[in-house]
Design a protein around this ligand. Structure first.
Ligand SMILES: Nc1ncnc2c1ncn2[C@@H]1O[C@H](COP(=O)(O)OP(=O)(O)O)[C@@H](O)[C@H]1O
Ligand SMILES: [Mg+2]
Length: 378
């Protein structure tokens, strides 16, 4: 087991001026499951391939434990990688596929057999050891690819979108299996995905990348509760956080008819930048519905709803999910029509065409600088 350090690691591809990965600084803890996530082209695979030794590091360094591996060939780094296409050898049995790297390394046959059988047991592949890959399901093939990595007992696992060839249902069950397997084995793992749900459900910590630059590194909880900037706020969470540019008024920001209180520090920070607006973020589950079609929502008294006339939202589309529902509507904010998503209880779903009045729940708003995108509220 080992820690992994990206120390200002930078990759500039030949013929390009802009780095694909720019000054990446990450300390992965021993035994940690770290997930790199971001949109296509943000530099996830490049980061992983630098760690694997498959891509040159142009500036900075990479360390595994205390070893500087920046210029070591892949075979000397003590890592094992699982790719999106498992690249199993079609003519070899599952057992031979899993033991192949050990065979190349000259490990005695009996020892290979023992390690393959152990891994097969962990992965529930024992009865398939004699089969060829083509006689396996996609999920089983994926587990063989995992097995091939496990038998090598590396210091670090690297995985690049290993689930993206599986269908949606299998992806969900396999991600749980990989996460629990990793916890059981305790091997430091760097995992790449473009899927923020996968990142949030699997990682001990998550790194969000954009344009080769690290945006935030945090636990899934903190990433969701305190996104560091507008990009992370919009990227993490589904449906996405509502982000609305609103004018600053005394003691708060104006959200429809209501003034939402915002910390003085946040407003001062915005004013210091010369901004007259801030961008307020509210997650779909953090609105209270105070009024539906002119009558106060049942959970509120008359006085409450008068005091909180809130923001009027025209309901365009309703997505009923059973336990809850998502209302896709539009509202007049700061003189323009703005699309909003509001989560409602499964039994309180409004009709299409209805009008809702909503207020952001106190303490659940996020404030960002409109000009720089950085988080202003704490
Ligand atoms: N071999 C390469 N040569 C030149 N540019 C590359 C190469 N591989 C990737 N890139 C570029 O580097 C950036 C990051 O790519 P990549 O790391 O594959 O992103 P991701 O895995 O996040 O989708 C992209 O702009 C991509 O076009
Ligand atoms: Mg990639």
């Amino acid at each position: 087991m080992a820690t992994v350090t990206f120390d200002k690691a930078t990759r500039v591809y030949p013929g390009s001026e802009k780095p694909a990965v720019d000054g990446l600084d990450i300390e992965v803890e021993d035994g940690e499951f770290l997930v790199l996530v971001g949109p296509s082209g943000c530099g996830k695979s490049t980061s992983l391939r630098m760690l694997a030794g498959l891509e040159d590091v142009n500036r900075g360094a990479i360390r595994i434990g205390s070893r500087d591996v920046t210029h070591l060939p892949p075979k000397d780094r003590d890592i094992a990688m699982v790719f999106q296409n498992y690249a199993l050898y079609p003519h070899m049995s599952v057992a031979d596929n899993m033991g192949f790297a050990l065979k190349i390394a000259g490990v005695p046959k009996s020892e290979i057999r023992q390690k393959v059988e152990e891994a097969a047991k962990i992965l529930d592949l024992t009865e398939y050891l004699g089969r060829k890959p083509k006689a396996l399901s996609g999920g089983q093939r994926q587990r063989v690819a995992m097995g091939r990595a496990i038998v090598r007992e590396p210091q670090v696992f690297l995985m690049d979108e290993p689930l993206s060839n599986l269908d949606a249902k299998l992806r969900v069950s396999t991600r749980t299996q990989i996460a629990s397997l990793q916890r059981r084995l305790g091997i430091t793992t760097v995992y790449v995905t473009h899927d923020q749900v996968e990142a949030m459900t699997m990682g001990d910590r998550v790194v969000v990348l954009k344009d080769g630059l690290l945006q935030q590194i945090d636990s899934p909880r903190n990433m969701y509760d305190r996104p560091a900037n507008l990009f992370v706020a919009g990227f993490i969470g589904s449906p996405a956080m509502n982000l609305v540019e609103v004018p600053i008024t005394d003691g708060g920001v104006k959200f429809g008819n209501s003034v939402v209180p915002v910390s003085r520090e946040a407003l001062t920070a915005a004013a210091d930048r010369g901004d007259t607006t801030v961008t307020v973020g509210v997650r779909p589950e953090h609105f209270d519905v105070v009024e539906l079609n002119g009558s106060a929502a049942k959970s509120l008294s008359k006085e409450d709803s008068d005091a909180k006339a809130g923001l009027a939202v025209q309901v365009n589309v309703v997505e009923e999910l059973g336990a809850d529902g998502y209302v896709y509507g539009s509202a007049r904010v700061g003189g323009t029509d703005k699309d909003l998503v509001v989560r409602v209880g499964g039994r309180d779903v409004p009709e299409k065409g209805a009008e809702l009045h909503i207020v952001p729940r106190p303490g659940e708003t996020h404030v960002f600088s409109t000009s720089t995108g950085e988080r202003l509220s704490d």
